[in-house]
Write a protein that binds this ligand. Structure first.
Ligand code: CO
Length: 426
């Protein structure tokens, strides 16, 4: 559990999450592959590639002939507010505020009245080139103050927040122009005038924690989807070798539709698979047919105050195992459900099922989007959580370990499809 909390705290932005995993892979002897060069891949080797600074794919090649790919995909981004380019809003009354835009479909209210800061990256001039610098302004810098109930009597009557007005963070009073850029430059370790581009997002200052009468809950910013990313990564790192190639994929921009070069609607995963097949002289179509993808993105637990939002017979609970998601916006079908269920049964991991209440549309995730580029058997799974897309979410303290166990077994297995029969072996 401490390892998960550490990962969550060390990942205030998607760029930090990728950097965290990249450093661990380097420490474990993985070879970085640059997409801009030829790839030399050999049996027994372990590798990773990063795209866009916010997506990462790691894989290992078995010593013997490889049959296919055992893949997990999760996402690095979370709903937040992006800091606009011309960030400083001067006034009224001497206040300095920051101009932001919505990134993803967040709950507004939790962002109010809590210490915030910014995290992300800057692109800074470095000699003849441009270099990336990760930034986390490690201090209580910002707050979005509520309006007092005395002035907004409708505050508790289903108030509608206006993002251009109600969600604007306050940074200072009587503060000089240019102060925001200066703080960012200070924490990026460069000069303000050398900053040529930025990707900066608001993030809550509150750390991840375990709580409850029996320590049954874990709460943190970005549990969706860093909890699943962590579970898949731990399983990937722990798994024994099989006849297939284990692939860990962390992709960006799920919260805004995945339609970027580093998102699930980009070619990153398909490009990696194609390059591995070419390097190992594998028949790509055959390898794809013998591949399996676990799309791991958090699921909704039954809410203690609003149990009515769940379907009558699909009611995921926290600390009750990995959730398989069903419905038209998910990639799960009978085959992928059966294969994943059999795998979990063998690994001793409980599974439960989610389906939307029939009058609610629910949300989608990267499973279906990914299969449009790499058409492999895919199951959508997740861990049950509360308050999805709040800036401080809650999940079950035991569930991440269930996902680690399931994914350790998954990556140690090899999938084969032959004449309508499906086998998972080592
Ligand atoms: Co998600």
């Amino acid at each position: 559990m401490n390892d998960l909390l550490h990962f969550l705290d060390q990942s205030p932005s998607r760029f930090h999450a990728v950097d965290c995993l990249r450093r661990e892979l380097e420490g474990a002897g993985y070879t970085p592959l640059s997409e801009g060069r030829g790839w030399s891949i050999v049996p027994g080797g372990k590798y990773y590639a990063v795209r866009g600074g916010s997506a990462l794919i790691a894989f290992r090649v078995p010593a013997g002939e490889a049959r296919g790919f055992m893949i997990s995909a999760s996402h690095s981004d979370s709903p937040s507010f992006r800091i606009k380019e011309n960030a400083e809003l001067a006034g009224p009354e001497g206040y300095l505020r920051l101009n932001t835009e919505r990134y993803g479909g967040m709950l507004f209210a939790p962002w109010l009245d809590r210490p915030l800061t910014v995290a992300g990256r800057v692109l800074a001039r470095a000699g003849e080139g441009i270099e990336t610098r990760l930034v986390y302004v490690d201090r209580d810098l910002l707050m979005i103050p509520n309006v007092a109930v005395h002035m907004n009597r409708a505050a508790n009557d289903g108030f509608k927040y206006d993002p251009k007005c109600d969600m604007v963070p306050l940074m200072g009073l009587g503060t000089e122009k240019g102060a925001f850029r200066a703080v960012v430059a200070e924490y990026a370790g460069c000069k303000a005038e050398d900053i040529l581009g930025t990707d900066l997002f608001l993030c809550p200052r509150q750390k991840a924690m375990v709580w409850g009468a029996g320590n049954e809950f874990v709460s943190s910013p970005r549990l969706d989807d860093l909890q699943c990313a962590w579970g898949c990564f731990r399983g990937f790192m722990a798994a024994e070798e099989s006849a297939s190639i284990p692939v860990f994929a962390l992709l960006d921009n799920e919260e805004v539709g995945s339609l970027t070069k580093q998102g699930a609607d980009g070619t990153f995963l398909a490009d990696v698979v194609a390059r591995v097949c070419a390097a190992l002289e594998l028949d790509r179509a055959a390898a794809t047919a013998n591949s399996f993808l676990v799309s791991a993105d958090n699921a909704h637990a039954v809410h203690p105050n609003h149990p009515e939002y769940h379907d009558a017979t699909h009611r995921p609970a926290m600390n009750a195992g990995v959730v398989i998601k069903h419905g038209v916006r998910y990639a799960t079908d009978g085959v992928s459900q059966a294969v994943f269920t059999a795998l979990c049964q063998k690994a001793g991991v409980p599974v439960q099922h989610f389906a939307n209440r029939s009058d609610l549309p629910g949300g989608g995730t990267l499973g279906l989007i990914s299969t449009s580029h790499l058409s492999v058997n895919t199951v959508d799974v997740g861990l049950a959580q509360l308050a999805m897309h709040s800036c401080y979410e809650t999940a079950g303290a035991k569930d991440a370990d269930y996902l680690v166990q399931a994914m350790t077994a998954f990556y140690a297995a090899s999938f084969r499809e032959e004449d309508g029969r499906f086998t998972l072996s080592n």
